[in-house]
Design a protein around this ligand. Structure first.
Ligand SMILES: [Zn+2]
Length: 51
């Protein structure tokens, strides 16, 4: 199930669909927004960029 969220980066606040396994994503891109220890989700980030 996809959830539309707002990026938690105050300088970004882009809308995005949370594609993380646990629906705990808070940035629309873990590469450009924030810098969480979520290396395991890199492939999901790549998927988001392909949209
Ligand atoms: Zn963002």
């Amino acid at each position: 199930m996809r959830r539309l969220k707002i990026c938690c980066d105050a300088s970004c606040v882009a809308a995005f669909y949370d594609r993380t396994r646990n629906n705990n994503g808070v940035w629309h891109s873990t590469r450009s927004c924030g810098n969480p220890p979520m290396r395991a989700a890199i492939h999901e980030v790549a998927a988001a960029h392909s949209v």
